[in-house]
Design a protein around this ligand. Structure first.
Ligand SMILES: *Cc1c(COP(=O)(O)O)cnc(C)c1O
Length: 427
């Protein structure tokens, strides 16, 4: 079996997300067979440095001995049991550890499997919070321009659109839209909107510090306090979507810490299991949780749940992963490698083809001028992949999102490969 054979078998049966399948096979997809550290190895034995952390989920690398061990130990106990009405020992142990780590007051954690589902849960909890309190009319949400919260209908409605998703506009429910983080004063404007619409708003949903899928757009950390103050004053719930920024990506365990935010609801996903297994979580503070308490089978109950929510294998890996992150060395590495990457990318700003360079922690974006050639970023990323560095473009942006354990030498390799790819494509 050659790599091309695997590609043909793949294209014959697998429908890949965000991918035009008519040319999938022509775009030289990498068919992964195994991983080792921060590298993925394809079916022909070629190695690729995973500079996108398998779409931002991989934190410590692939086949991390401690995580592998945690998974093996849990397999010998049980793989999964439902959390609807019953509990599971390893899930309790993980929830306790997570509860101590999150910037949320007296938290309770509702588990799901994908980031979009965590956001969806937050939307429904925020809605029912007002119903449970007997307050009518607070059914609207405030979200930001350029926001991305996932691909289910609720999270898509919160999102600003783009990536071809405008097709679904007729299905999206309307939300109040604050400016994108690319606009100066975005958080100030959002805070004013919260006050102006206090009687209809259930919640405001924000990606703290950085809008990831928008191409790593950041707003000043201090400015988020304006939003928190408006929420406190009006009672509008503050929902932080840390699906992308959580678990060390920005140099602290959670980006909310840098923004001095203590959200009512916190959405987690992506890095929660270090990239091993699908798990997400919606964390609610005591104020929100308590409104759902009442007699058995009463209307206050949160009638929502997913089959695989709180999967035991995922919880075992997530617990060990959280312990490793809390040792501190990994977060220090994120900050050091971020500073190194910042310096290494700076000379690229002189290129006519480079519009902007943005970096927060290990969430990096090199935005190209695609006015002459819309596929420019895509072609640069393809050239990087041919040179053994896995990268992916989002529109005009080349994303650089390496694992949190990336080394200084690997950062040099990523930047050298990016420069060689820009030269090859004539950018
Ligand atoms: C990726 C992402 C999501 C969606 O997570 P999925 O696991 O892909 O459903 C939601 N919010 C943010 C900020 C994200 O980056």
């Amino acid at each position: 079996m050659t790599n091309d054979d695997w590609t043909a078998r793949d294209a014959a049966v697998v429908w890949h997300g965000f991918t035009q399948m008519s040319c999938y096979a022509d775009n030289a997809p990498v068919i992964v067979e195994r991983g080792e550290g921060r590298e993925l190895i394809d079916t022909a034995g070629r190695r690729y440095l995973d500079a996108i952390s398998s779409l931002w989920v991989t934190t410590l690398g692939h086949r991390v001995p401690e995580l592998d061990q945690a998974l093996r130990e849990q397999i010998d106990r049980v793989a999964h049991s439902t959390l609807l009405g019953n509990g599971n020992r390893i899930v309790i142990e993980f929830a306790e550890a997570l509860a101590r780590a999150v910037p949320v007051d007296e938290p309770h954690i509702a588990f799901a499997s994908d980031g979009a589902s965590a956001v969806e849960q937050a939307l429904k909890i925020a809605f029912q919070y007002w119903t449970n309190r007997g307050i009518a009319g607070r059914t609207a949400y405030l979200a930001f321009g350029d926001a991305y919260h996932g691909d289910t209908i609720g999270s898509l409605s919160l999102g600003a659109g783009g990536f071809g998703t405008q097709i679904f506009d007729p299905l999206r429910f309307p939300v109040l839209r604050a400016p994108s983080f690319s606009e100066p004063g975005a958080l100030d404007t959002a805070a004013q909107m919260v006050r102006a619409h206090r009687d209809i708003l259930a919640a405001v949903v924000v990606e703290p510090l950085v809008q990831g899928a928008a191409g790593m757009l950041s707003a000043p950390a201090e400015s988020f306090r304006l939003l928190a103050a408006a929420c406190e004053e009006t009672g509008v719930l503050l929902v932080c979507d840390e699906v992308a920024t959580g678990f060390g990506r920005t140099g602290t365990l959670f980006a909310s810490e840098q923004c001095a935010l203590r959200p009512d609801l916190l959405c987690l996903g992506k890095g929660i299991t270090g990239g091993y297994l699908p798990m997400s979580a919606t964390v609610a503070n005591r104020k929100v949780f308590d409104t759902f308490l009442g007699p058995d089978l009463s209307a206050n109950t949160f009638y929502h749940g997913h089959s695989y929510g709180g999967n035991a294998l995922a919880a075992a890996v997530a617990l060990r992963h959280l312990q490793l992150l809390q040792s501190g060395a990994i977060l220090a590495n994120v900050r050091e490698r971020s500073a190194q990457l910042h310096e290494a990318l700076a000379p690229l700003a002189r290129r006519a083809s480079v519009r902007d360079i943005r970096l927060i922690g290990l969430m990096g974006a090199v935005e190209l001028d695609t006015s002459q050639e819309p596929r420019l970023a895509r072609r640069v990323c393809a050239a990087m992949v041919r040179r053994g560095v896995l990268s992916r473009s989002m529109g005009p942006v080349i994303t650089l999102v390496p694992p949190l354990t990336i080394t200084a030498a690997e950062i040099e390799r990523i930047v050298a490969t990016l420069i060689a790819a820009l030269d090859e494509v004539g950018a």
